[in-house]
Design a protein around this ligand. Structure first.
Ligand code: ATP
Ligand code: MG
Length: 351
């Protein structure tokens, strides 16, 4: 009978199942204590939400802050945003009237937001509000949402914000038309992978705790193959744990990786049917290169026979919007990578 799997992929990992991120937690907590707002930017499934929850845990332990978490992924307009916000706040203050305004009147959404912020600020306790999936705001029909938020938040004395965002491409929209004013004095925290040595130690320790072993070579391969993209690393480790093999070596990991790709293959073929030929070619090329710094460079286009720079730019924009590819930075140099690490590994094996 196997013990509970220590590699979590579906929810916030509690205490000893949470790996690393010490520097990031200290940085977030410091930012909040200094009353500065922050943007937490990182690809999907890298661990932004888990990091926010961990920072909340730290801040709550010392009773320093009242923390609110709002996930706006499912919201489509300002009304739903306001409703989401209202529900979270009123849950915390069931005995108080937080501002009973009819949400069906568009103008009153703004008023309600203003009164909610005003209400919170007057509680005279430091607060942290994390708004997760912040890029969703770009998709609202109300194009002035950022301006409304700016008006609602600029006079606050006791409230700090974390805006968490997974789509840098969409975030760029916020930096046009003077909207960037909103982000003046924001601290930007770009979330990458968990440190290699820390993750490696974590994985080995979890197997040893269950009286099993995994070789260093196998762990290094897991971290490299999954690019330390947290969800994918966790998934592969979870699968290795499920095999119940007592002494895991690199061959066992190779076999499991092969099984993952085979299981997903039918979905990958569906993606091919949904993309245009140029988009598919570009996706494959990005996978083969692993990281692409100059997608319209002559050498890249020739090597992968993709087409003209203009075609590629269009295809790249489409892949970014469809979240098949993401943009990130290495030492301030922007690069592109296939989002789904397993899909990327499958693509790189194609002709
Ligand atoms: N530090 C960590 N230690 C262990 N597991 C983690 C850690 N961070 C994240 N995870 C796991 O990885 C998965 C992805 O993390 P999370 O949901 O926080 O990513 P995200 O960046 O918020 O993604 P999305 O943009 O899709 O919401 C989670 O299900 C969680 O179980
Ligand atoms: Mg998240």
């Amino acid at each position: 009978m196997s013990l509970e799997n220590p590699f979590i992929t579906t929810f916030y990992p509690q205490s000893d199942l949470f790996c690393g991120r010490e520097e990031e937690i200290i940085r977030l907590v410091t930012i909040v204590r200094d009353n500065v707002n922050s943007i937490l930017l990182g690809p999907q499934r890298m661990g932004k939400t888990a990091l926010i929850q961990k920072a909340f845990e730290k801040l709550r332990q010392k009773n320093e802050f009242k923390c609110f978490y709002i996930d706006i992924h499912a919201t489509e307009n300002l009304k739903e945003f306001t409703r989401c916000f209202y529900d979270e706040i009123s849950d915390s203050y069931p005995e108080k009237n937080v501002g009973n305004i009819d949400l069906d009147l568009p103008k009153q959404n703004e008023q309600l937001l203003l009164s909610l912020f005003d209400f919170l600020d007057k509680q005279n306790i430091k607060m942290l509000i994390a708004i997760d999936e912040f890029q969703q705001l770009v998709k609202y029909p109300e194009k002035n949402t950022i301006t409304i938020l700016r008006q609602a938040t600029q006079k606050l004395k006791n409230i700090s914000f974390i805006f968490s965002c997974s789509n840098e491409h969409l975030l760029n929209d916020f930096f046009s038309d003077g909207k960037q004013l909103f982000f003046t004095n924001f601290d930007l925290l770009q979330l990458g992978g968990i440190k290699e040595s820390v993750y490696s130690e974590f994985i080995i320790e979890k197997f040893e705790k269950n009286k099993r072993t995994i070789t260093e070579e196998a762990v290094n391969f897991i971290l490299e193959w999954t690019r330390r993209h947290t969800y994918y690393t966790q998934s592969l480790c979870k699968r290795m744990f499920e095999t119940e093999i007592k002494e895991i070596d690199i061959e066992h990991v190779h076999e499991e990786c092969g099984r993952i790709l085979l299981e997903n293959e039918s979905n990958y073929f569906i993606y091919r049917n949904l993309l245009s030929p140029v988009q598919w070619l570009l996706l494959k090329a990005v996978a083969k290169e692993e990281k692409v710094y100059h997608p319209t460079a002559k050498q890249f286009l020739m090597q992968h026979k993709i087409g003209t720079p203009a075609n590629v730019q269009r295809a790249l924009d489409a892949l970014l919007s469809k979240e098949m590819v993401f943009a990130a930075h290495d030492d301030n140099k922007r690069y592109y990578q296939v989002y789904d690490c397993f899909l990327s590994r499958w693509l790189e094996n194609l002709d």
